[in-house]
Design a protein around this ligand. Structure first.
Ligand code: GLU
Length: 490
């Protein structure tokens, strides 16, 4: 245990998603790290909807974030919505204005644009020259008379801002490089930096664990917190998640490739996603990759979160997902794949859940460890449900042949197999296997040739689960029908 992990049931952490889109992989990681930290300390995990950007926030997005977190199994102890808390923010804004830590800025958008251009020319690090700090009372009266609606800006201090970070260490930020941030827009809407630090104080947040992209905001929030006399939470900025070209993974550049729901829809398991995001920036040792949630609660340590960006490796996510699918017992795995069969129109489970349950489980068992995602069940098993499939041309060429002579041989082989399988009275695996081997051995036919020729007739492809399992599961009548059809098509 290190400093960041002392058992302390006063620990209160939060996640503050903006409901302006789906929950993305980085958001899931922020949620998980906070949640794990709370669990480790017997503390509380708070979900705070950061909807101060009213124009971009939607209820649908809020719901989607709730659903995604619930699906991941990340539950929260308290929930707040910032748009319902404006009275609280107003009170603190008055305090900042009264104590001269904030001021009204009456600049119009056009004036601000001019100031920005001038500052750029003068190579100033600031795009606003802080002129609102020095307005005379006459000027203020004039602007008011003109009906201008002011912004409220926070005054950056003259002395360096100290930022202590559990992951990044301590640093001093030169305040002359920071804008006098607008904390309330002219339409009266408070902005993120203001509401965030006020709520962190109001909600007695002890640790703020969030992405490194907020580092700049942290300095400004510290200024606001100091002006309001708040105790500062401890900060932990977790590294960026990058794509394989080193670019920050973002909704804007990567679209729904980063959406948690997308992975859910494709048949990723929550356990795999959690394990995957846990390892984005955190490692236990150099070896261990698989972590159950219990293990994560036990082993996760903020102090072992790295400083540098961490690459989103889809291959690793696939690998983890197939690992967790393989861990599911057959009935559970069957439950998990049924919605995918239903979606593909292969199974109508509602019309009688128990009718073919055993058969479905046997199919899942036959597929074995071949699923990378649950959705893979559809292409891998379509032929169990329907004979409406194409014969794979490569497989056909290789095993059925392309010359007339080879094709004729294949037709003869399928005709013999048809007769053999038709004659079987008890259509069970052993009998089928024995009969087919007897035929190949007596006729000096390579077993693999007979198997592949038959497999293509039954499934359209040359790979898949054990052929005898397939024959049994498809059933005698359907097997005979498919062989007849193949003889004609060949
Ligand atoms: N709404 C911000 C985000 O989603 C919150 C950042 C924070 O945790 O303070 O990035």
């Amino acid at each position: 245990m290190n400093e960041s992990q002392k058992t302390d049931d006063h620990v209160r952490v939060r996640m503050a998603p903006s409901p302006t889109g789906f929950l993305h992989v980085g958001g899931a990681r922020t949620a998980l790290f906070n949640w794990l930290f709370a669990k480790q300390h017997n503390g509380k995990f708070i979900l705070r909807i950061d909807d101060t950007d009213a124009a971009r926030s939607t209820d649908a997005s809020m719901q989607e974030i709730f659903d995604a977190l619930k699906w991941l199994g990340i539950n929260w102890d308290e929930q707040y919505v910032q748009s319902e808390r404006s009275d609280i923010y107003d009170r603190y804004v008055s305090q900042l204005l009264d104590s001269d830590n904030a001021y009204h800025c009456y600049c119009t958008p056009e004036e601000l644009e001019e100031i920005r251009t001038e500052s750029r020319k003068a190579k100033s690090p600031l795009s606003y020259d802080r002129r609102g700090r020095y307005l005379s009372s006459e000027a203020i009266e004039r602007y008011k008379a003109e009906g201008r609606k002011p912004n409220v800006r926070i005054k950056m201090p003259d002395t360096p801002i100290r930022v202590d970070d559990i992951i990044l260490g301590s640093r001093n930020i030169d305040p002359s490089t920071l804008e006098d941030e607008v904390i309330v827009r002219s339409n009266g809407m408070p902005n993120y930096n203001l509401t965030s630090i006020i709520d962190d104080a109001e909600m007695q947040i002890t640790h703020v664990i969030r992405g490194t992209e907020h580092l700049n905001n942290t300095s400004k929030q510290i200024v606001i917190a100091t002006a309001l006399g708040f105790n500062l939470p401890l900060f932990a900025h977790i590294p960026l998640v990058l794509d394989d070209t080193g670019r920050k993974l973002s909704k804007r550049h990567h679209g729904d490739l980063v959406a948690v729901n997308r992975y859910r829809e494709q048949g990723y398991l929550p356990e795999a996603i959690l394990n995957f995001v846990a390892r984005l920036g955190w490692s236990y040792d150099d070896k261990q990759e698989i972590f159950s949630l219990e293990e994560l609660i036990e082993k996760f340590d903020l102090a072992r979160v790295g400083k540098s960006g961490s690459v989103f490796d889809i291959k690793k996510l696939e690998w983890l997902n197939s690992h967790y699918i393989n861990q599911l017992d057959i009935p559970t795995r069957t439950d998990a794949v049924i919605p995918f069969w239903e979606q593909a129109g292969l199974v109508d489970y509602d019309s009688g859940p128990d009718t073919n349950r055993d058969w479905l489980e046997s199919i899942v068992e036959a597929v074995g460890e071949r699923l990378t995602t649950l959705q893979d069940i559809v292409p891998l098993t379509r032929y169990f449900f329907t004979d409406d499939f194409e014969y794979d041309s490569k497989a056909v060429k290789k095993w059925w042949g392309s010359s007339d002579e080879k094709k004729q041989k294949s037709r003869e082989m399928l005709t013999s197999l048809l007769q053999i399988l038709e004659a079987i009275e008890h259509f069970d695996l052993e009998t089928i296997e024995e009969s087919i081997w007897k035929y190949t051995d007596e006729n000096d036919i390579k077993r693999v040739a007979a198997m592949q020729t038959l497999r293509i007739a039954l499934t359209g492809t040359s790979f898949g689960p054990s052929l005898f399992d397939i024959v049994v599961l498809i059933g005698q009548d359907e097997v005979l029908k498919r062989i007849q059809k193949a003889i004609v098509c060949l």
